[in-house]
Design a protein around this ligand. Sequence first.
Ligand SMILES: [Zn+2]
Ligand SMILES: [Zn+2]
Length: 349
Amino acid sequence: MAVFVCAGCEGELSVPVSRVALPAHAHGEGGDRFLPPVLQPGSYAVDPEPSGPPFRSWSGIGAREAAARGVYAPVPALSFAPPGRILLAPGDTRGTVLIPERCDGCCASDGRLGPNLACARCGREVGTRIDDCHHWQAVWFEPDAVRELPVEGPTRPAGDGWSVPGLPPVEPQGWWSAQWRAAVGTTLADLLAASGGEPLDLPEGLLTETFGHTLAGVLPCGTPARRVALAGPGLVPPIPPAAPVSPVASPDIALVPRHPWTGAVWQPSDGSVPVPLDAEVWTYLAFPQPASPTRLPEGVERDDPLPLRPHRLFTPDRWLLLHRLARLPTVREPWLRAIYDRLAADGPF
Ligand SMILES: [Zn+2]
Ligand SMILES: [Zn+2]
């Protein structure tokens, strides 16, 4: 575990926290008007890429400089902040005060004006609190304004970390989960890269409902050339195609969980190409749960309302899809760049 302290005065700026992987929705927006903290209490994550202001527009950067920064397709703007910002749940921070003139959102702060949190003891600007509507609540500490100190304490819950509760795709209010939209948007970029530009065979059901519409819009029609299936801890692996009684061949592409603590991608043993997915979303897909665990057993009469359903088709987070796609070196191949340009032309960039 660690606590974060002010680099200027050593004042404590957080409770003890354990490191987890940066979630796919860390930079997601939209969805519900009031979103919860992006991280669970007691955890922190580090963004390896620059994020937040200052930004420079694509026209002022150029393809070569962008590629040196790990971006391989045109984007509206790039962050030129130092990499390594530290993400925490706002409730886990201590000893900070708001800088009111930097709190610029419509109901609270959206963080666009730069650091809006100062150390309460010495006044040094230490980070940015984001809690406006349609934003996941977060505090981002600036990497050069804080220091991480190791502290004693319980490190992890029991287990190896792969077992997480599944996240239902629909919120109790009846709309699609914003975390699902972010996870599917991010994973779609890797799935498109793994497709080789050929039609994909997705399992019917929720996978097709969430991934299929976007894939069908940009990949060619025809007989699917590559098969996609879930693989990961707790799932029975498919029988290798060489086995004489094999009814199921290994998939070409395996949708696998990303480890929630380390970000490591689960590795299939059958040679299929792993494409990582948010572990909570993956768990729900691999081990679907009943729509409402509070419902009474079948046959018991009661005026229990049916679960609410979305009134529109699932749409992945397109901003995160394009964000991830622009950072895959494969996007420089003409077929994938054509897909990127087509998706970017539809916005929202
Ligand atoms: Zn300080
Ligand atoms: Zn607002």
